[in-house]
Ligand binder design. Structure first.
Ligand code: GLU
Ligand code: ZN
Length: 491
């Protein structure tokens, strides 16, 4: 696609619960499409459902967008010419439009109760016909209306779907046709006057001059309804008369080939933040869910994704969410950081785990990073790997699962010999330590290296999985090493 400054896309989540990865994938694809085409990325909050929406969730959404560097051109906090960008602040816009639709015959009052509509829908199904609303109130006589009113029935407003097939060309799926019997008339305003998603979403898209709607496949069935609404909008003068192009992104599948749902723990964005995924890593992985960079390339930045974004490479097939792959990509991103950058990102995790990090600890961390960078998949893993450097010898303790590693008779022999050998050592340096201990344990005592070094590693770092042993010993220093080994002899 050529550069087109008029492209306008939107990300318009409803603020319910925690933000989830499926929704962020949608945001990312819209963002990349806008950036690639020098377009405008609009962020709108669809908070018309007072019972489900929450302020906390709204705040979490904004924080997520900021954390992930999904910068928006119009929307909350940044404003823009089509604001406000929260639907709860746009309510006055919707009722006059609903009224116009009613007055011009595009919609009608429906007095049916829920029970009546669902009973008739079941009856249709029993006859082998398409279920759904049967158009009962489309042409009510004045007498019938008077009767409903005398019964104090308050109507909903239903949109009158045109009795013709609706065809559109999906940017991802190609031409799609919906037959009229599969798209029954639908409710746009509740009896209490609340305008609903199927109405307010296209109104805002029209008023905000959205040109392309990229959203999840689960919303495919609302597209024919919205196209019919757009046709009505041009008759009643809402928006500029253009119908956006639609592209429906493939489903994201979770465990057991089921659609990833909000309830899956791995779908919750807050988990990735607290586990210490880098925004770069997570966004890189989400970029692979239904899109491909080409040339089999799997490691790329958001900027690179945006520069290369092509909707033609979005697949219509479901994408599988694979947490292992996501973690591996995150590990690649961690390895790509500079020492200083990684240190800065680790800090909140160390502080969050209760360690005080002053200048002395900062210097130690900077020295330790090259030792752990290759071994980390997430930032939070650094806490366990670095704690031996941050705890003083009194508070330091071996992880209980690894205690047996220092408790056997062989381990005790090793640790005792190590103390004897190292007490007089002056040059406390990686290479010297390596040579001395190798000589003592492997050559003289004839132990296998793993058997020889594991007790020392556990005594000093508190766990079997640690940064490399001799480097760790050098960093920790002679006094602490010897004191920890002595202490390990007593547990
Ligand atoms: N608020 C809707 C949702 O979160 C937006 C859907 C759309 O993109 O049209 O599902
Ligand atoms: Zn009705």
């Amino acid at each position: 696609m050529t550069t087109n400054s008029k492209i306008r896309v939107r990300f318009c989540p409803s603020p319910t619960g925690d933000p989830h990865v499926g929704m962020i994938r949608t945001a990312l694809f819209n963002w990349a499409f806008a950036r690639k085409n020098n377009g405008t990325f609009v962020f709108r909050i669809e908070d018309t459902d007072a019972a489900r929406d929450s302020e906390d969730s709204f705040k979490a959404l904004l924080a997520a967008m900021r954390w992930l560097n999904l910068d928006w051109d119009e929307g909350p906090e940044v404003g823009g010419p089509h604001g406000p960008y929260r639907q709860s602040e746009r309510k006055d816009i919707y009722s006059p439009i609903a009224k116009d639709l009613l007055e011009n015959g595009f919609a009608y009052n429906c007095y049916c109760s829920q029970e009546e509509t669902s009973e008739r829908s079941k009856a249709l199904q029993a006859q082998g016909k398409a279920s759904g609303y049967d158009g009962f109130c489309r042409e009510l006589s004045d007498e019938k209306i008077a009767e409903f009113k005398s019964l104090h029935r308050v109507p909903v407003i239903r949109f009158r779907m045109p009795d013709k097939p609706i065809t559109f060309t999906d940017l991802i799926r190609g031409e799609i046709t919906f037959q009229p019997e599969h798209v029954p008339d639908y409710v746009i305003v509740r009896a209490n006057g609340e305008a609903l998603y199927p109405l307010v979403n296209p109104i805002d898209d029209a008023l905000m001059q959205i040109t392309h709607v990229l959203r999840g496949e689960d919303l495919l069935s609302s597209t024919p309804r919205q196209i019919a609404l757009y046709e009505a909008f041009s008759s009643i003068g809402v928006g500029n008369g253009t119908i956006p192009e639609f592209g429906h992104l493939p489903y994201v599948m979770g465990e057991q080939n089921k659609k990833l749902s909000k309830r899956d723990p791995q779908s919750s964005l807050s988990l990735y933040k607290s586990e210490g995924f880098l925004p770069e890593g997570l966004m890189n992985y989400l970029g692979l869910l239904g899109w491909s960079f080409g040339e089999d390339r799997e490691f790329f930045s958001m900027k690179e994704m945006a520069d290369n974004f092509d909707i033609a490479r979005v697949s219509a097939n479901p994408a599988r969410f694979d947490i292992k792959k996501c973690t591996a990509i995150n590990a690649d991103w961690i390895r790509s950081l500079s020492t200083q950058d990684l240190a800065d990102r680790l800090l909140p995790f160390l502080v969050g785990a209760g360690y005080s990090v002053e200048n002395k600890e900062r210097a130690l961390i900077l020295q330790a990073i090259p030792l752990i960078q290759e071994r980390m998949e997430t930032l939070s893993q650094a806490v366990g790997m670095l704690r031996f450097l941050l705890e003083n010898d009194e508070e330091f303790a071996i992880e209980s699962a690894d205690l047996p590693q220092v408790q056997s008779a062989e381990s005790k022999t090793v640790l005792t010999k190590v103390i004897e050998q190292l007490t007089g050592l002056e040059d406390w340096e990686t290479q010297v330590l390596h040579d001395k201990l190798n000589e003592l344990l492997v050559q003289e005592m004839g132990l296998k290296p793993r058997l020889a070094f594991t007790p020392i590693r556990v005594a000093i770092t508190g766990r079997r999985v640690s940064p490399p042993l001799f480097e760790s010993m050098e960093l920790l220093g002679k006094q602490s090493c010897l004191s920890r080994i002595s202490k390990a002899l007593m547990v």
